[in-house]
Design a protein around this ligand. Structure first.
Ligand SMILES: Nc1nc2c(ncn2[C@@H]2O[C@H](COP(=O)(O)OP(=O)(O)OP(=O)(O)O)[C@@H](O)[C@H]2O)c(=O)[nH]1
Ligand SMILES: [Mg+2]
Length: 456
């Protein structure tokens, strides 16, 4: 285990009105530093690991009690970071936790960087980089399905799968190296068909994991659903109704919405990021034009579209123009204002029509069902047992390993030097080691852990 010279401290709970706050201290001097501001000190000195003790914090100068607290004491290596740790449970608010942090610093601790407790946990070999990323997914989980993937990966699901693949790689490497050591020439002496089969199998396994990123992104970050249509068809009303919040401004004036609005909603465990935006029309106003450009851009980058038409008006050329833009993407055709007298007769667009009234909140259950169907069609291979990667970094490392394997296959095909093949296999293994964090750099760690909060 690596030994860090500095003892760090950080507030792990949100600052503000609340019943309790937790201040974490970790490092070789954690117990002695807390001991300087805690009474009775003897109790802390004698405390075993995994124990809770009761007492008072005192500001060191005047020996006046600052707060009545509980200390959670953990001893190295059985703690979150692997070091000696004390978690101080104080009363909540702003003043007490900040004051305690100041006292800890006055007595020799340093304020932790973002994610530094978890970084130490990783550096002390108690967690892989994949699990650290999963932890972030747990903290940020939006829905039950996001949490499920995050929890499974935190328990090591993705990591275990990568370790399995790494074993397969080592098998291949042993095969090549044996041939390199004892082979009479540089030309492969063993059955290349077997080797090719093994490499291709590995490629498929890795492809399945890298393809799971699309699913991971949708289930962890959210399915991006853009609401598009002419001005005044009720997009903002629908946005508010689905979100069950009065978020977007609604008026009878066409062209009300200009900026992009975003809201996240949990639809039966699926996180959906809804985007409300400007209505599409040829507009003379400079501001509205910018809004329309942004809307079209958002529609292009979304995972799916709610194409809204007004059931109380006839379908016109403008609706048809919008349909041309969106029909290449997964879309749901929503006929809003179905509480009014219907003027739509024949609908010249493909697909099922979902009749809703954003104003009267009718048809929304049906719409939610169709939204779920669209999400499930976008990630057809999803089951709760699936192995899923969830970050761009993970996908990139796996893709690098696949590329090295493709390079290896080319080398075999062209009957080139065995050393070159061994090199490609090593490259692939290194990509997987970077993925799990066995090989890493300060830059990468900074990038990952800076996404955490201070006390994590
Ligand atoms: N009767 C009825 N009126 C609705 C319904 N939905 C919206 N409206 C009305 O239609 C008008 C426009 O609604 P918005 O939600 O602002 O429409 P929008 O598509 O966001 O309009 P822009 O932001 O201008 O593009 C408002 O007066 C709403 O009250 C509905 O389901 N039924
Ligand atoms: Mg609007």
């Amino acid at each position: 285990m690596s030994e860090f010279s500095e003892t760090i401290c950080g507030i792990s709970t949100p600052i503000g009105r609340g019943a309790l706050s937790i201040i974490r201290v970790s490092g070789k001097d954690a117990i002695s530093i807390v001991g300087k501001i805690f009474t009775p000190f003897e109790k802390l000195k004698k405390a075993k690991g995994d124990s809770i003790i009761h007492g008072w914090l005192q500001s060191s100068l005047k020996k006046k009690n600052l707060d009545e607290v509980l200390l959670f004491v953990f001893k190295s290596p059985s703690s979150y970071t692997g070091e000696d740790m004390v978690e101080i449970s104080t009363h909540g608010g702003t003043y007490i936790p900040k004051k305690v942090l100041q006292l800890l610093v006055d007595n020799g601790a340093r304020i932790a960087e973002k994610g530094e407790f978890t970084r130490r946990r990783f550096l002390n070999g108690k967690m892989s980089l994949l699990e650290a990323e999963a932890l972030l997914d747990v903290i940020e989980a939006k829905t039950e399905k996001s949490l499920l993937i995050a929890e499974e990966n935190l328990k090591g699901k993705l990591h275990k799968q990568i370790e399995k693949v790494k074993k397969d790689f080592l098998e291949i490497k042993t095969l090549i190296e044996a041939d390199l050591d004892f082979g009479e020439s540089d030309i492969l002496s063993f059955d290349t068909r077997e080797l090719i089969r093994k490499i291709k199998n590995l490629k498929v396994k890795l492809k399945n994991i890298s393809n799971s990123y699309k699913r991971g992104k949708i289930l962890v970050d959210g399915f991006r659903l853009a609401i598009i249509g002419k001005p005044n068809v009720g997009k903002s009303s629908l946005f508010n109704t689905i979100l069950k919040e009065d978020r977007a401004i609604v008026t009878e004036i066409p062209g009300t919405t200009r900026d992009l609005l975003e809201g996240t909603v949990d639809i039966q465990g699926y996180p959906v990021i809804l985007h409300d935006m400007a209505g599409i029309r040829p507009s003379g106003s400079k501001v509205e034009k910018i809004g329309i450009d942004r809307a079209l851009n958002m529609a292009r980058n979304s995972d799916g579209i709610l194409f809204v038409i007004d059931a109380s008006e006839k379908i016109d050329k403008a609706d048809k123009e919008i349909f041309k833009i969106i029909s290449k993407k997964p879309f749901i055709l929503v006929a809003n204002k179905s509480d009014l007298k219907k003027k739509i007769k024949k609908i010249p667009f493909t697909g099922e029509v979902i009749w809703v009234s954003a104003k009267k909140h009718s048809g929304i259950d049906k719409l939610n069902k169709v939204i779920i169907k669209m999400i499930e069609e976008t990630i057809p291979d999803y089951t709760e047992e699936s192995i899923t990667c969830t970050t761009e970094r993970q996908k990139e490392k796996i893709t690098n390993a696949i590329d090295s394997l493709s390079g290896g296959l080319e080398i075999i095909k062209e009957g080139k030097d065995l050393e070159l093949l061994a090199f490609e296999i090593d490259e692939a293994i290194n990509s997987l080691k970077e993925l799990t964090g066995e090989i890493t750099s300060e830059d990468i760690l900074d990038k990952i852990f800076s996404n955490f909060c201070i006390g994590k």
